[in-house]
Design a binder for this molecule. Structure first.
Ligand code: PGA
Length: 256
């Protein structure tokens, strides 16, 4: 089986000014400056990217991520941010298709596919989010929903494209609700996603792709979740806003 290095990303969402970001990054660095047990990514809002980029400039092990990118390379798209603008700030990763953007900004699987393509073309590593709503879970439609998100969101991608992508499975009902999928439930879903990846893109691609779990990940549940064979990391929202809890997740899940 392929070795997949775990990857833990903090999604700050619309929280923290540039001024507020600096001390958090400093505190994270005090604990994780030389940490290499997993890949670590910080995704502050656009306005704090420069401050976080500067704070991380002396380390190699903590990477900068953005929370969105526009699908076009440049042009008349008022208020949008391009892949080249992000790369210029030393951004390496970008979250694409978060359920909040699907819900509030009308992002469809097709838009997500375009953004993912643009990100890869712009040398950014996309963290592509998929996940079902509570109703879809309760009506036992989650498999069909996830399959459609994968088929449409990743349509036409090559093996090389897929090697750049990290997937994040985030059940919408577990995001910011304090409700996590049980480790067994999350594992079952991740295993299903990997089977679908194998069907769509071949076993080797599926074996190499990292699939993060997201949705109310905390220091006290991270270890059990990330111990599951098909869970390759975490996309952390609320608990990434404080250095202590974010570091706690990383050390509990990947070793001190
Ligand atoms: P949460 O958010 O950890 O606050 O549930 C996760 C996410 O939306 O990425």
């Amino acid at each position: 089986m392929a070795h997949r290095k775990k990857i833990i990303a903090g999604n700050w969402k619309m929280n923290k000014t540039a001024t507020e970001a600096k001390p958090i990054v400093q505190d994270i660095l005090l604990e994780l400056k030389d940490y290499d047990n997993c890949d670590i990514v910080l995704c502050p809002p656009f306005t704090a990217l420069t401050a976080v980029s500067e704070a991380l400039s002396s380390v190699q092990n903590i990477r900068l991520g953005a929370q969105n990118v526009h699908q076009a390379a440049s042009g008349a798209y008022t208020g949008e941010i391009s892949a080249a603008m992000l790369r210029d700030l030393y951004v390496r990763y970008v979250i694409i298709g978060h359920s909040e953007r699907r819900q509030y900004c009308g992002e469809t699987n097709e838009i997500i596919r375009q953004k993912t393509k643009t990100a890869i073309g712009g040398s950014l590593k996309p963290i592509v989010c998929i996940g079902e709503t509570l109703t879809e879970r309760e009506e036992d439609r989650w498999k069909a929903v996830l399959t459609t998100q994968l088929e449409e969101g990743l349509a036409g991608f090559t093996e090389e494209d897929l090697a750049e992508i990290v997937l994040a499975y985030e059940p919408v009902w577990a995001i910011g609700t304090g409700k996590t999928a049980t480790p067994a439930q999350a594992q079952e879903t991740h295993a299903y996603i990997r089977t679908e990846l194998a069907r769509l893109f071949g076993q080797s691609t599926a074996d190499h792709m990292r699939i993060q779990y997201g949705g109310s990940v905390k220091a006290d549940n991270a270890k059990e979740l990330l111990n599951q064979p098909d869970i390759d990391g975490a996309l952390v929202g609320g608990a990434s806003l404080e250095a202590r809890s974010f570091v706690g997740i990383i050390k509990n899940a990947c070793g001190a």
